[in-house]
Design a protein. Structure first.
Length: 298
């Protein structure tokens, strides 16, 4: 995997194909840079130590000097519960900074690709959410990410990619938490069974993001691994693939209260994505098996 702060410039690649990636130390930013490298694309990733995206002058200088074809914004204030107590801070990163990126993209004719979330929906649907379904965030995180979508729409060329339940190499996520519980000797895992969504492997999301960046697509696209499960069902499959004898006990959300409300249902309809990239997204079970194989090989 490439160093996330490294510029990847290959002689055979034209400069106009260069992409910029924010949040390059995060699990998705790393995956996007790795995907770009695997395809021989020129890419530059930065994180907070080299770019403060809440600083409009810094953003304008970086994007202006790079002349990218696209800026992929993987940076976000993602601590969902912390957002409840620090909504103004989350708004700066998740919304105001997106506006800075949009203005910088407009100045140079670049496309802004904004990564958004299932949390913009209310979570009461009985079918996977489509891109044009009404939004109704119930948490500070969801509200600030929705404001980020609105800010991204001020870019003349923009694509908003909603995703959900991310996990990947080098990140803190649910799969890793279950693994740590098992490794510590816990053989009784209590996991919420009344929240449903689509677990998504960052490598699969990154491949779709890079594919989409090469299209003329605009507006909103939903990108997740396919299939719907609960956190409990996800944990059961993790335990099975790890060959553990741990028991996974289903519990309700009420038994594990959190500061931020979680969507009861956040499945996303990926039909538009699959049409645009010309292939089906892998199932969440297939993706999990590949992630665990890759993680064990590290």
């Amino acid at each position: 995997m490439c160093d996330p702060a490294t510029v990847i410039l290959l002689p055979s690649v034209a400069m106009e194909s260069k992409i910029l990636v924010t949040g390059s130390y995060g699990q998705l930013g790393r995956a996007v840079l790795a995907e770009a490298a695997s395809r021989g694309l020129a890419a530059e990733g930065r994180d907070l130590d080299t770019i403060d995206i809440t600083d409009p002058e810094a953003v304008a200088a970086w994007v202006g000097a790079a002349h990218p074809s696209a800026v992929i914004n993987c940076a976000a204030y993602t601590a969902v519960d912390d957002c409840e107590a620090h909504e103004s801070d989350a708004r700066e990163v998740n919304a105001a900074a997106v506006g800075h990126l949009a203005r910088a993209c407009n100045a140079g004719g670049s496309t802004l690709i904004q990564i958004s979330t299932d949390y913009v929906f209310g979570g009461t649907s009985r079918r996977p959410y489509r891109e044009d379904d009404p939004v109704a965030p119930t948490s500070a995180y969801g509200r600030t990410k929705l404001l980020g979508e609105q800010a991204a729409q001020t870019a003349q060329r923009h694509l908003i990619i909603r995703t959900a339940w991310l996990y990947g190499l080098g990140g803190n996520h649910f799969v890793g938490a279950i693994q740590r519980q098992i490794d510590s000797g816990n053989r009784l895992l209590r996991v919420v069974d009344d929240q449903h969504g689509s677990p998504t492997f960052c490598d699969d999301l990154a491949a779709a993001v890079v594919d989409l960046s090469a299209t003329e697509a605009t507006g909103v696209v939903h990108v997740t691994n396919t299939g719907i499960t609960s956190w409990h069902g996800f944990a059961v499959e993790i335990v099975r693939l790890l060959g553990s004898d741990a028991a996974v006990i289903p519990v309700s959300t009420e038994e594990f209260p959190r500061p931020a409300p979680r969507p009861t249902y956040s499945g996303l309809d990926t039909a538009r994505c699959e049409h645009l990239i010309g292939r089906a997204m892998p199932t969440w079970r297939n993706a999990l098996a590949r992630y665990l194989e890759a993680a064990c090989a590290c």
